[in-house]
Design a protein around this ligand. Structure first.
Ligand code: C5P
Length: 230
């Protein structure tokens, strides 16, 4: 790591979380005495590596301005977009002029509150000299099936299948231009896929299985359990 290497956090938090069946977006549900997004951001801040963390928030979001963490000196607010990739690009553009092309950005879902500082440090240590960057991921323990119309259409070779988690760590300039080139492409569901479209091969770094994404109602008590165990 050179003395000038800088790290920026990017947190897409402009989703509505339809699968939660709740009256507010999932990042504002309560988890261990705070909201999900406060838990996620506190953990990023605890890692103590970021110049600042840009958080993409929907324009119609009434909850964010009420959270004390929104006024934290290292937290910046950016406008959210239609899809996750649009929100990430907007947050990247919000630090234009502050971040250099060579700086690293770590993109982390607001809906993953159980991220640990040790996983963040591990990701950085594994990628700091990498040409492309990479992501935290989990290998699959289950046998995986390709399914068409409710019937199995083949078994995937699980030795080659990994589940993409966040943070995903790339160079600021490279990620921004990859997302700009891929704008509007529905296949871009994470940052790595934008780099893959350019023919690049992001590295896989095995992460902790407790870094879950809050998606369904039952994920909240599970996240609380993991936090207590950590
Ligand atoms: O919906 P999903 O769980 O895939 O969302 C992952 C993350 O992306 C969440 O933190 C969500 O708030 C964020 N997101 C966003 N802008 C959107 C859609 C999702 O920032 N338009």
């Amino acid at each position: 790591m050179t003395e000038t290497t800088k790290f920026w956090g990017i947190v897409p938090a402009a989703g509505v979380g339809k699968r939660m069946q709740s009256n507010r977006p999932k990042q504002y549900l309560e988890l261990a005495g705070k909201t999900v997004i406060e838990q996620a951001l506190s953990r990023l801040l605890q890692a103590d590596v970021f110049e600042a963390i840009a958080v993409a928030i929907s324009r119609e979001d009434p909850y964010w301005p009420q959270l004390p963490i929104a006024k934290h000196e290292k937290i910046l607010t950016a406008a959210g977009g239609k899809e996750r990739a649009d929100s990430v690009l907007s947050a990247l553009r919000s630090i234009n002029g502050k971040a250099s092309d060579n700086d690293w950005v770590l993109v982390h879902d607001a809906a993953r509150p159980c991220i640990t500082a040790s996983d963040i440090h591990h990701l950085i240590a594994c990628l700091i000299h990498d040409e492309v960057g990479g992501i935290l991921a989990l290998s699959s323990h289950d046998t995986l099936k390709n399914v068409q119309d409710g019937r199995i259409d083949g078994t995937l070779d699980r030795n080659h299948i990994w589940r993409a988690l966040t943070p995903q760590m790339f160079r600021y300039g490279m990620l921004k231009s990859a997302l700009e080139e891929a704008e509007g492409n529905p296949a871009i569901t994470d940052e790595a896929s934008a780099l893959e479209l350019k023919g690049l091969k992001p590295k896989i770094v095995e992460g902790r299985p407790d870094n879950i994404k809050i998606t369904r109602p039952e994920d909240l008590p599970l996240a609380q359990f993991y936090m207590e165990q950590q």
